[in-house]
Design a protein around this ligand. Structure first.
Ligand SMILES: [Mn+2]
Length: 327
């Protein structure tokens, strides 16, 4: 009898090291095809899938607006194939239960990043060096203090993992919009190539470092102070970086950077906070996005939203209201 190759697909988040690392780990361990997706196109990608034997979804959090469609599609896929959902964004219990009920393996925790959860899930099938990849994901996702991540990172040379993780995230910040580049990163990482050896990574990261120096001065000039936080309108591809720079530039505990989308009909917004920020910025983003007719959510110290252009001021006032509430 002829053996038919099983169709194995990994859909992972394209925006950051965590997603790229998760994809690399599943590619390596399960020999998957890789699809890199974002919140805006995850449903499109899922609906285009024809009969899959194994589907691995990584680092793509669910929200109220995507859930119904997501569930419908996953339910159909899970009838014929095995689905594993690996994620660390907040998740409603009902959703977890519903997924499990249709046979999905839910590999979820909010204490560790998707890269670390993927690594733990696949550990026995991965080469020894794969724990380094998990460390890069944890560091760049601010979860190096995570339950599993902490253990992994303590057993490395700290400077080495910090260097490699930063090279990756800076190279991504520089070239993250380039789909071929992302695919190359995934495949090099799945071969356990150290980031500094991947073609162009050193160069792109160094250009990004130069860009950061420039942005630090720009952010001070163009940012503005609001009640309880600082904000800026930016054209940088990675608005999260700019939001981080606001924190230092204005000595505040929360910063918001917003960027016009390519279609110019929405703002893509990043919120970042320091330890001193007492609000859960994921909840702040979700609350303010509701008021402003958009969608938002995320983690306590890092979140995001997408808001119709004409409602940006409503969003910012919503944020202000929430931040002041808990001052
Ligand atoms: Mn992540």
């Amino acid at each position: 009898m002829e053996m038919v190759r099983r169709k194995r697909i990994c859909i992972s988040h394209k925006k950051d090291v965590d997603g790229i690392v998760s994809a690399a780990l599943f590619k390596r361990a399960r020999d998957t095809e890789v699809i890199l997706a974002d919140y805006g196109d995850i449903i499109d990608h899922l609906s285009q899938l024809r009969r899959v034997d194994e589907l691995y979804i990584c680092d793509l959090g669910l929200n109220k607006s995507t859930w119904p469609e997501f569930y419908k599609l996953i339910q159909a896929i899970a009838k014929h194939g095995q689905v594993v959902y690996t994620d660390h964004h907040p998740m409603e219990n009902d959703w977890r239960r519903a997924l499990k009920k249709c046979g999905v393996i839910v590999n979820h925790s909010i204490n560790d990043c998707a890269g670390v959860l993927s690594y733990e899930f696949l550990k026995k099938e991965l080469p020894h060096d794969a724990h380094l990849l998990a460390a890069y994901a944890a560091i760049t996702d601010y979860l190096d203090g995570g339950f599993l991540a902490k253990k992994i990172i303590q057993q490395q040379d700290r400077q080495f993992v910090l260097l490699e993780a930063t090279l990756l995230s800076y190279a991504l910040a520089r070239r993250g919009g380039d789909e071929d580049y992302l695919k190359k990163l995934v495949s090099e990482l799945s071969n356990m190539t150290p980031p500094h050896r991947i073609t162009d990574v050193l160069h792109d990261a160094s250009e990004q470092a130069e860009r950061m120096v420039y942005l630090m001065t720009v952010v001070r000039k163009l940012g503005s102070m609001r009640k309880g936080y600082a904000s800026i309108c930016t054209e940088e591809p990675v608005s999260g970086l700019v939001a981080n720079l606001l924190l230092g530039a204005f000595q505040v505990s929360a910063g918001i950077a917003y960027k016009l989308s390519p279609k110019k009909d929405t703002y893509d917004i990043s919120l970042r906070g320091t330890e001193d920020c007492r609000c859960h910025l994921g909840e702040v983003a979700s609350y303010a996005a509701d008021i402003a007719g958009g969608a938002g959510g995320g983690h306590a110290k890092a979140s995001g939203a997408r808001i119709p252009v004409e409602h940006i001021e409503d969003f910012l006032s919503g944020v202000e209201e929430k931040l002041l509430e808990t001052k």
